[in-house]
Design a protein around this ligand. Structure first.
Ligand SMILES: [Zn+2]
Length: 359
């Protein structure tokens, strides 16, 4: 009798703790090299003042993104982040409130940043953007092995190194890199998305695709194929940052805000996704300050500072988090696993999930 009672107690406690999440689908969005400063403060007039960092006159840029207060400036630049995510989701990383998000790695550039984020693990060996296939298993291939998810996890990327970072050669999961095309039976929108990527100026070379083209492939794929997990990797802010074009960097952020808005609208109007999909967004590193704004890396102070946005049915609407705190990007992978009700294990240690993302 005693034994049975304790067994019942264990069952009740397990049921209490293994609360079922509502999230069945995840869209993970990486925005390469977009700073927390612009996200939380809007346009930086000290960078705008440097003529070498823009092609247009400052008055026309101020007309688009300038305003009297920080609240107005950031809402003008990122209306979806401030109008919707800040009301229905969470925004971490405003260092003006001592709320910090950082990469754990000591390199502060793209491959290591993405790798620690999707693997939940900082591997010091990953020290180059031309590092070959990632030996560390990532959250997406783990999810792809779970019941109901196999074949329903896809990556669409603006930068060709992403196939090495997720190690497509190992996991054979669908991935559409720059200038690759979605194959199979396609909708009109997918055919057009495949096509237009070849008609854009090849401004940054063969290894990257403009984010608008990556977006078109991603959005049409979501509508037509209903993947359960999608990783979208955007790159314009980093490319335009390195090019030292602050005006176009701001435009890129503004357009990405709108793209995320449109993806959220799609999610919330399609019954397949509605009220059971979480969107998680973060960059892979920050950038320098003032004159050093175009660059990043261990020699550029502040470029390990990042941010995190989450919106979905399991995440409390805390909005902009204004309390002191510290998140590292290697905590995001387990957070995504937990949102789907899984516990991520891999061929390496995995950092625990971010508790405050859950109700
Ligand atoms: Zn970069």
């Amino acid at each position: 009798m005693k034994l049975r009672l304790s067994f019942a107690l264990i069952m009740i406690t397990t049921a209490l703790f293994a609360q079922k999440t509502k999230t069945e689908n995840i869209i993970f969005i990486s925005i390469d090299g977009y700073r927390w400063q612009e996200l939380f403060r809007g346009i930086d007039s000290s960078i705008l003042a440097m003529k070498t960092y823009r092609q247009q006159d400052s008055a026309s840029i101020m007309k688009k993104y300038g305003a009297a207060t920080v609240a107005e400036r950031r809402a003008k630049l990122m209306p979806f982040f401030w109008g919707t995510i800040a009301k229905q989701g969470q925004l971490y990383g405003n260092r003006d409130f001592n709320n910090k998000v950082n990469v754990r790695n000591k390199y502060w550039f793209s491959y290591p940043g993405r790798s620690e984020t999707i693997c939940g693990y900082y591997d010091p060996k990953i020290n180059s953007n031309s590092y070959p296939n990632n030996p560390n298993e990532n959250i997406f291939e783990f999810i792809n092995k779970q019941k109901g998810y196999t074949g329903k996890v896809v990556t669409i990327a603006s930068w060709d190194a992403v196939s090495n970072i997720v190690n497509r050669d190992r996991n054979k999961m669908p991935l559409i890199n720059p200038f690759e095309r979605v194959e199979g039976k396609l909708t009109e929108a997918q055919i057009l998305a495949n096509e237009i990527q070849g008609f854009m100026p090849n401004y940054f070379g063969e290894s990257v695709r403009w984010d608008a083209c990556t977006y078109a492939i991603a959005k049409s794929y979501l509508s037509a194929n209903h993947p359960k997990v999608m990783y979208i990797d955007f790159a314009d802010p980093d490319d335009l940052g390195h090019a030292g074009q602050y005006d176009f960097y701001l435009d890129a952020a503004h357009y990405l805000d709108k793209m995320v808005n449109n993806l959220w609208q799609l999610v919330q109007t399609d019954p397949f996704y509605k009220d059971k999909t979480t969107i998680v967004i973060c960059p892979d590193h920050g950038r320098g300050l003032g004159k050093q704004w175009p660059g990043h890396g261990s020699g550029t102070a502040g470029s390990n500072e990042t941010w995190l946005a989450v919106i979905g049915p399991d995440t409390p609407a805390t909005g902009e988090v204004k309390s002191e705190g510290q998140i590292y990007q290697d905590e995001i992978a387990q957070t995504m696993a937990k949102l789907l009700g899984f516990s991520f294990t891999a061929n390496h240690p995995v950092q625990p999930a971010i508790k405050s993302v859950f109700k």
